[in-house]
Structure formats: structure tokens, C-alpha cells
Ligand binder design. Structure first.
Ligand SMILES: [Cu+2]
Length: 115
């Protein structure tokens, strides 16, 4: 009955997301290392899965805001997912081999950010 059309989710539709009945949508945020617009799209694209209703990363604050189905997925697993594409999070560090494959402009570890 319910069809989640994730690809069409935009910031504007954020408020309508909570109208979904049944599943508990939880909000959360965590820090994700990154530098540029490519990082942003990579991070947000990674979270375009059915369990995530909203994901927005802020380039300046490095904070990723998410809204997700808490019965199906946890904040930790979302952090792991982001780390799996090369971006360090608060709890999980991306594998060096994955990080090395990021485009030059995305290499946040070499720049101003240190952990
Ligand atoms: Cu980047």
C-alpha cells in the first residue's frame, strides 16, 4: 500500500515525510568529514535508501541531518554506510583504500581537518 519514492524526496517534502503512518521516523545528526559539493552529493546519494527519509549534509558545519525508519535501521549503521564510501564519521573511519580513491578535491584528511 505504501510506496516510498525516495528519489523524489527533496528538502521541501521534509515536512510531509512525517505523515507516513506505521513506521517510526526518527531524526538524528552526526558529523561527516568532507570538503566540497561532490562530497555532499556522494554522502547524500549514499543515503538514498528506503530506510532513510531525509538526508542533508552541510558543507560548513560538516553535520549530516537524517530522518530514518528507526525500526529498520540505526544511526550507527548509517554512519557505517557513509564511511563505506570514503567519508569519516564520528564513530567510523573510512577504509584507507576507499579514501584513496576519492577525487583530489575531496581529500579532507590532507587539508584543514584533522582527527
Ligand atoms: Cu568532495
Amino acid at each position: 500500500m505504501k510506496t516510498y519514492i525516495l528519489k523524489s524526496i527533496s528538502i521541501i517534502s521534509l515536512f510531509s515525510l512525517f505523515a507516513f503512518a506505521g513506521d517510526t521516523v526518527k531524526e538524528g545528526e552526526f558529523k561527516v568529514s568532507g570538503l566540497c559539493g561532490m562530497c555532499k552529493s556522494r554522502i547524500e546519494k549514499t543515503l538514498k535508501i528506503s530506510e532513510v527519509k531525509f538526508a542533508k549534509w552541510d558543507k560548513k558545519s560538516k553535520m549530516l541531518k537524517v530522518a530514518f525508519l528507526s525500526e529498520k535501521i540505526t544511526l550507527d549503521s548509517l554512519q557505517q554506510l557513509v564511511a563505506s564510501v570514503g567519508h569519516d564519521t564520528e564513530k567510523f573511519k573510512a577504509a584507507d583504500s576507499t579514501y584513496a580513491k576519492l577525487p583530489g578535491c575531496c581529500l579532507y584528511r590532507d587539508g584543514q581537518e584533522t582527527h
